[in-house]
Design a binder for this molecule. Sequence first.
Ligand SMILES: Cc1ncc(COP(=O)(O)O)c(C=O)c1O
Length: 342
Amino acid sequence: MCAVKIPFEPEYRRKYYDLLEKIFDSNFWSEGRMTDEFEVAFARLIGLEPGRAAAVANCGLGLIAVLEAVGVRGGEVIVPSNTFMATPLAAERAGARVVFADCNRYDLCLSADDLEKRITPRTRAVVVVHIGGHIAFDIDQIVELCAAAGVTLIEDCAHSHGATWNGRTAGTFGRAGVYSFYATKTMPTGEGGMVVSSDPEMIEFVKKWRNYGKFDYVVRGLNARMNEVTAALGLVQLERLPELLAWKRRLAAKYDQIFDQKVELPAGMASGFYKYIVFDTPLTEVTGPVFGEACHRIMGHDVDLPDTDWVVEHHVCPPLYPGWDGADLDVEGLRQRLLKGS
Ligand SMILES: Cc1ncc(COP(=O)(O)O)c(C=O)c1O
């Protein structure tokens, strides 16, 4: 197992230090200009107009805020079991009963076929998780199923910085998307998250929720604000993102030539490659699996999700993080370094 390194080049450090000076001069350490600018810049990345993003303390709290906006309390929220516990726990915290659905073996994401079987009149929302850096391959069917059932679709975009399908960005398929800037994510700020939505009412709700409902206190939120120092780091990481994505995609293109059993991206899909996912291939070096334990098992739900169980057992991720010393090897060099017995 390799430790993930988080490089932050001198050029970007200087940019960050300059922004810190601005924060000290501004006298706003929270609820200031950096947060506003980060929200505008992130909305632009997603393809949304200014005012359609709300920075939050982390993705998990963003998901709770969004699900409270939908009004899931007392109803059911369907989530894939192949995700991080943040997804079902957010639904539970928002007052819903969690219903787990299966994933596909081909993309590790929510299966539209399985979802269809689980939607009932009690379903208030579905959370699709774009696992590993690509958009869920079944997203169009999932959107249709939700629309037909009158159920709100939310996207957990914790992994999907840079992901587009035919030019459409993760976070624009459902009523809202929530990104994470946790330390190991593609665009890290240590901690942090961003809610994106084309619906101004959703953004207004989240902005109140993250601030104890100020000032009319109709929304019963908590403190999920992002501070100015984090927002400044977010602005710099956003500037660095294209370079980072290009680096990941170069390495992923070499991996494409090495691995036979892998997630095969469909036409038009640009993955942000949070992870590169291969199946049944013994490797000499790996980063952690996307998820090593299914949420329905952790939470003790008695439900049969065979493809989720299969994925947990059969996938593995070769290194794909900046700073990995093998990244500059050619295809043959990578093959020899990573494949056991070659
Ligand atoms: C799929 C998924 N959703 C949500 C989260 C939670 O993100 P955060 O730590 O920013 O709350 C994570 C974090 O690892 C994640 O992998």
